[in-house]
Design a protein around this ligand. Sequence first.
Ligand code: PGA
Length: 259
Amino acid sequence: MNAATPPPRRRKLVAGNWKMNGSLEASDALVTALKAGVRGGAAMLVCPPYPYLTVVAERLKGSEIMLGSQDVSSRVGSGAFTGEVAGAMLADVGCRYAIVGHSERRALFGENDVVVAEKFQAAQAAGLTPILCVGETLEEREANRTDEVVERQINAVLEAAGAASFAKAVVAYEPVWAIGTGKTATPEQAQAVHARIRGMIARQDATIASGLLILYGGSVKGSNAADLFAMEDIDGGLIGGASLDASEFLSIYGAASSR
Ligand code: PGA
């Protein structure tokens, strides 16, 4: 019998999605507090609103905390696209990641699977790592449609960008009913969907699948993070509300770092 290949150790990632919150002063204070609390272990990423990216980038110099954006234009290059922000501009100011397809963008700003796949590719074209968000609504979960919805969202990107594109991407499973509601998916509920997502990629490329970071998002707090991060296929978190509070975010980061 062949010796089993040990599973790869995926370094956990804790990402803060600040959404449309804060001010210049608050961003500065938050990042200063985070810098003081980061000590190796998991990787940390912050995604401030666009106008604060350069200031936060400046504060992060010399720190291992990484910078990302909450969105990116589906358009590549430059041109007459009023209000859009190109991936190259984000890379230019120090971003390494871009969130794409967050459920708030899908539900409130009309982004469909096609647009999300375009944004995923636009981020990669600019050298950014897209964090592709997927997840079902409460109605979809209650109708037992979770797998179907998540598969459709992942397949849209697989078809447009190919399995190889997942070698430089992160997936975030964020059940819509758990975002900002205080209702967290149980570790078992989240693990089941994460395993399914990894399985979808594994059917196309097992190596890429085993290295892929799959984050959980939806009311993660210091008090529930450790149980979620203990699950085999949960590689960290995409944190909204709790990422605005330095001590809470650092406690989540601590839970990821001790795994
Ligand atoms: P939440 O948001 O942590 O406030 O639930 C998560 C997200 O929307 O990324």
